[in-house]
Design a protein around this ligand. Structure first.
Ligand SMILES: [Zn+2]
Length: 341
């Protein structure tokens, strides 16, 4: 199995953020990707390759141009406005007011494009997010060129990012960018399966009315867990995309066997859609002991999950999403990836 990785993710340096002189903690750390990389090197699953630069075109097929411009320029614009450099974190939000043009002021724009404070924009965030998306695109290229499955070690993650909205440690939606790219290149139906602990509200929003892309997610019940406002079972698509969105909310603490039962439901619906390709949003925060997540999936559970998804026998682009229990990240990643390799 080919693995696509870029060291540029380190530029999104979330370890020591301060806001107004106080520490601002982000659990989505560079160490996450480095730990998974080290485990992959040890396991010798396959060659680890750098991404190729596809430019902005495939990102603009998913995200609005003004949103991309904001992400690129926000840090510099914010520093010019403040008179000093600081992480870009919104202080206000455009609650209920998205039917207006973006504000001119950076202070207004920060909250216009964000739905939470969990995604600070740092000096290197754009470059890291750009190359994270390029990893997803390069992995897609290998699968289009007949590779059975390829893993993109994306960081920052992406599934909370919508067309013009970011949050939840995400900026560009790597899985959505890959899915749209595969769908356009093959002119066929593509499915996205999201096994992150959290609902992929961004991915859902991007394809909600799209009959060519099926989105299914298993995640913690949004009545209790982030992202709270999306991810309900009743959300099943709209317009031409009605019936192409399947949410399976699960209780926090769901263990291997119950998770696998729910997964079978998602896989059955996904199979009925008859996609030609699959994008897997791989969140490892369903692992037991993950403090940001909270399912109780064991390494054996990850192996079983991988086996069932691999049994679909679809060309698969695997995209790294969340996962925060550092001491188990490597083992859990290998447990699931081995079943594809
Ligand atoms: Zn997550």
């Amino acid at each position: 199995m080919k693995i696509i990785y870029s060291s540029k993710h380190i530029l999104h340096a979330t370890e020591n953020i301060t806001l107004d002189g106080q520490p601002f903690v982000v659990e989505e750390l560079p160490a996450r990707a480095e730990i998974i990389l080290a485990a992959l090197q040890n396991a010798t699953l396959g060659p680890i390759l750098p991404p190729e630069d596809h430019g902005l075109e495939a990102m603009l097929a998913v995200h609005d141009a003004d949103f991309i411009t904001y992400l690129r320029n926000a840090y510099v614009e914010n520093a010019a406005w403040l008179g000093y450099e600081e992480a870009v974190i919104p202080g206000t939000f455009a609650v209920g007011r998205r039917d207006m043009p973006p504000p001119v002021s950076i202070a207004g724009k920060r909250g216009y494009y964000a739905f939470g404070i969990g995604s600070p924009i740092l000096a290197g965030t754009w470059e890291a997010a750009y190359w994270s998306a390029q990893c997803a695109l390069t992995a897609s290229d290998t699968v289009l060129a007949s590779e059975r499955s390829t893993y993109a070690l994306c960081r920052p993650p992406g599934h909370h990012a919508a067309r013009d909205l970011y949050g939840g440690f995400c900026y560009l939606n790597n899985a959505a960018i890959a899915a749209r790219y595969l769908q356009q290149r093959t002119q066929s139906r593509v499915a996205i399966l999201d096994v992150d602990f959290h609902h992929g509200n961004g991915t859902q929003a991007i394809f909600y009315e799209d009959p060519a892309v099926f989105y299914s997610s298993l995640h913690a019940d949004p009545r209790y867990e982030y992202p709270f406002y999306w991810g309900f079972a009743e959300e099943n698509g709209a317009g031409a995309g009605l019936g192409t969105n399947l949410n399976i909310p699960l209780p926090k603490g769901t263990k291997d066997s119950a998770y696998l039962t729910a997964l079978d439901r998602a896989l059955e619906a996904l199979g009925a859609f008859a996609p030609t390709m699959l994008v897997l949003s791989l969140g490892l925060d369903i692992a037991e002991g993950d403090e940001v997540g909270g399912m109780e999936i064991t390494p054996m559970g990850f192996r079983a999950i991988g086996k069932r998804i691999a049994a679909l026998n679809l060309p698969t682009v695997i995209i790294q999403e969340g996962g925060y229990r550092l001491d188990m990240l490597g083992a859990n990643a290998i447990a699931i990836l081995e079943t594809f390799a």
